[in-house]
Design a protein around this ligand. Structure first.
Ligand code: SF4
Length: 371
């Protein structure tokens, strides 16, 4: 850093202001040299320029079509092993009537977006998903359907003997508008091995699949699950790989860091992770996401369900610009005892309390209303 400024904060602020895309080693050095406050200040300045003073969110309703899963990811408290089907009353597959009932609740909640994910259920044929998607669109014709994680789509392609492109094409015809961006976890293979099982695709495959899906005109979010066994280098590497993928084939609507919630997960039961990540790491992750990826993916989302509302508010002044959504009926984090609930009024108030402007958006991050 010789030859630039006296303070590390100034040096890194200059580098970032110059629009220079930081590489892994530089970003690791920056994170080590800067205090949390310095990092957040750089990120907040960038966010002001890239997205202004608005904090957006979608009115979203979540449905989880099935919790049976052939994978047994140590980070997951949601799944019931597929082999337990018929031998436990904890597993389920939603019928179309149950989907209709869920859509009635989504309608009353004013949802503009339906978010659908589930486990890797090897019993469900391609037609099941098509019927679920068509039912959603029939019941709520104006709604946007944000369906499935990339590993789920890949799993369905593999188990039904179709190519990824064929599956995406059929799902698009059935009403899929976007993918959820889930299942990215952490791309580093050594870390990924400890938090997922081989049934879940590698980080490299996740990124390749994303490029294929995006090239077909279906966009989606990107995510990262942190706060388990990874190091800060793995977090930075993950963000940079998302950024570089976006430069190659655009299609990520946002980047959503997901804080790992250990309660009830095998990773917690094995003693490998006892505590959630610190507030310091939560805020650094959002700031790093803004600094490393904000010029390519301007919507850096703060998922209040996993962070808690107060840390979420602080993160919105340190690089974050979106609250994801209302997440009505969310069950994945709910399975880890994070039973956070909210209303649009409360999200608006959370944003106003920090001096920003709340705005409702659609799935594609187009603003619908300011409050
Ligand atoms: S994280 Fe997804 S793939 Fe892994 S066990 Fe849970 S539901 Fe299955």
């Amino acid at each position: 850093m010789e030859g630039f400024s006296q303070y590390p904060g100034d040096y890194w602020a200059e580098q970032v202001e110059a629009g220079y895309p930081l590489g892994l080693n530089e970003a690791v050095n920056m994170n080590r040299e800067l205090s949390l406050h310095q990092l957040m200040r750089i990120a907040n300045n960038l966010a002001s320029r890239q997205v202004g003073n608005v904090v957006s969110y979608a009115v979203s309703y979540n449905i989880n079509y099935s919790n049976y899963c052939t994978a047994s990811c140590p980070i997951c408290a949601f799944y019931v092993p597929m082999k337990m089907k018929g031998r436990t009353d904890r597993g389920y597959e939603l019928s179309l009537d149950q989907v209709r009932a869920e859509m009635a609740k989504a309608r009353s909640a004013g949802a503009t977006e339906i978010h659908i994910v589930g486990g890797f259920n090897s019993d469900l044929p391609l037609e099941y998903y098509e019927q679920v998607f068509r039912t959603v669109k029939n019941e709520l014709p104006g709604v946007t359907l944000k369906a499935l994680t990339i590993p789920e789509i890949d799993f369905i392609a593999r188990t039904t003997g179709n190519s990824l492109r064929e599956v995406v094409e059929r799902f698009r015809s059935a009403g899929m508008d976007a993918h959820t961006g889930g299942g990215a976890e952490i791309f580093n293979a050594e870390v990924r091995k400890q938090i997922t099982t081989p049934q879940k695709i590698s980080g490299e495959k996740w990124l390749e699949d994303a490029k294929i899906i995006h090239s077909m005109g279906i966009p989606g979010n990107s995510t990262m699950t942190y706060g388990h066994v990874e190091q800060i280098e793995d977090i930075i590497d993950h963000i940079i790989r998302i950024r570089d993928n976006q430069r190659e084939v655009p299609g990520f609507l946002s980047f959503i860091p997901l804080k790992f919630s250990p309660d009830n997960t095998p990773l917690q039961k094995s003693g490998k992770v006892r505590m959630p990540a610190s507030g310091d790491l939560d805020l650094r992750v959002i700031a790093l996401a803004r600094i490393l990826a904000g010029s390519d993916i301007p919507n850096i989302s703060v998922y209040w369900v996993s962070l808690g509302k107060e840390i979420a508010q602080v993160a919105l002044n340190g690089g974050g610009s979106d609250l994801v959504g209302t997440a009505f009926s969310e069950k994945i984090f709910g399975a880890t005892d994070r039973k956070e609930v909210t209303s649009t009024e409360e999200l608006n108030e959370l944003v106003r309390q920090i001096g920003k402007i709340p705005a409702q958006r659609d799935t594609f991050y187009r603003i619908k209303n300011y409050f």
